[in-house]
Design a protein around this ligand. Structure first.
Ligand SMILES: NC(=O)c1ccc[n+]([C@@H]2O[C@H](COP(=O)([O-])OP(=O)(O)OC[C@H]3O[C@@H](n4cnc5c(N)ncnc54)[C@H](O)[C@@H]3O)[C@@H](O)[C@H]2O)c1
Length: 380
């Protein structure tokens, strides 16, 4: 892992940009974290493209699209392909529409595709880039916290099928990822909190320094203070880059990044992807995993309490109303697509382990700690 700080030449702006490397041999690329990267995006385009196709979340395009186009216009003709700002955009039909549009625009193999938005834009646009003419150069410009610390790094692309989320997709690494933390200012606060679940996850599993920042800089995080977000995004992107470099196609080390996700994905599915935002479900998933580790003798009470205090500190749920039968049913459906049900648990903080010996009794003992007693389904 190489970390460098560089100053861009463009008129002294933007200030320092932190550069991290995802070391994947021929497919290596850099992640740049800083302020003002939307305005200097053209500096990160390589090759000799004659056009740039931006696949953008329509709400993000409305807010920042002109600035991005202005920068990219120095590279070539800029085409803007807009997609709805909702998870439903990650569909097979939307992917097909994007591919047809790329063909109509006569985008060629040596051109560049840029995704601009949250995880929906990078998953969908990344998928299109990976299959259009068997693969076109790709740059992600993630604009949500979740996108900057997770979705845009590591090359997983995906669209949802009626049978389940992300069931179609590819591994396709971008040539660069630009994390402009200044755009996080406009993120709705519920979205920002949702992204904080992934940030905190890196803190529980790998880096206690992240938990210190969360506790000491809570107000600055709530207002997306760029210097603090730069620190957090840089730390998390660095961890993700290292994990991806060890296990590009998700066969070993990368599974740790799924901490809290077995329960969280099931909760999202049980709520039909409307009731809970991803990070809210993962927050409860991590509380559940912490309690599971407690009942299995892996994590002490203080470890569980660190989970509760930290998630609560950033306004994420630590208990919720849900029907356990629906949630367990959803993870059994998920299990159909895997060989075994593997749980990422903590054998002490910052010491993740993968276990396949979780029993129904362990689950029944851990569930009450995260379940608010009352109606079958409720609000987060
Ligand atoms: N590929 C991966 O490794 C990976 C990892 C995690 C999640 N994901 C995927 O990511 C998706 C969720 O991504 P997400 O949480 O980023 O949500 P999202 O892409 O749906 O964006 C959330 C909302 O925020 C708005 N928004 C985005 N940036 C904004 C900004 N700067 N200012 C104001 N509003 C802004 C969007 O318009 C949208 O309404 C899911 O589909 C999930 O499956 C993929």
């Amino acid at each position: 892992m190489r970390t460098a700080v560089r100053l861009l030449a463009s008129g002294g702006r933007p200030p320092a940009v932190k550069t991290l490397k995802v070391d994947l041999g021929r497919r290596s690329y850099e992640i740049h974290v800083g302020q003002g990267l939307v305005d200097s995006a053209s500096e990160y385009v390589t090759g000799t493209p004659s056009s740039v196709a931006v696949i953008a979340d329509e709400a993000v395009d409305e807010r920042y699209g002109d600035r991005l186009s202005r920068s990219l216009s120095s590279v070539g003709e800029v085409h803007r392909i807009l997609v709805p700002s909702t998870e439903t955009a990650k569909s097979w039909s939307q992917a097909g529409e994007i591919l047809s549009r790329l063909a109509e625009l006569k985008v060629r193999r040596n051109d560049v595709i840029v995704t601009f938005g949250g995880g929906v834009a990078s998953d969908l646009g990344g998928f299109a880039a990976s299959v259009y003419q068997r693969g076109v150069s790709l740059i992600h410009i993630p604009t949500t916290l979740l996108g900057q610390v997770d979705a845009a790094i590591g090359g997983k692309t995906g669209v949802n099928l009626p049978a389940g989320k992300n069931l179609a997709g590819t591994f396709y690494q971008p040539s660069a990822v630009l994390c402009d933390v200044s755009v996080l200012k406009s993120l709705p606060s519920r979205q920002l909190r949702s992204g904080m679940a992934e940030v905190v996850k890196y803190g529980f599993c790998y880096d206690s320094g992240i938990l210190d920042v969360v506790h000491n800089q809570t107000q600055a995080i709530e207002s997306s203070e760029p210097s603090v977000m730069e620190d957090l995004v840089g730390r998390c992107a660095d961890i993700k880059a290292r994990v991806v470099a060890q296990d590009e196609t998700d066969n070993s080390a990368r599974i740790i990044l799924n901490y809290g996700h077995t329960f969280g994905h099931a909760l999202e599915a049980a709520g039909e992807y409307e009731l809970w935002l991803h990070g809210e479900a993962i927050s409860l998933g991590m509380m559940f995993a912490a309690n599971l580790a407690r009942v299995m003798g892996l994590l002490d009470e203080e470890g569980v309490e660190v989970h509760r205090r930290t998630l609560d500190r950033v306004g994420l749920p630590v208990q919720g109303q849900f029907d356990p039968k629906e949630v367990v049913g959803a993870w059994l459906i998920d299990k159909k697509f895997q060989d075994t049900q593997r749980w990422v648990l903590l054998q002490g903080l910052q010491n993740p382990v993968v276990r396949s010996d979780v029993t129904t009794t362990h689950i029944e003992e851990a569930l009450p700690a995260v379940q608010l007693s009352s109606p079958m389904r409720g609000t987060p």
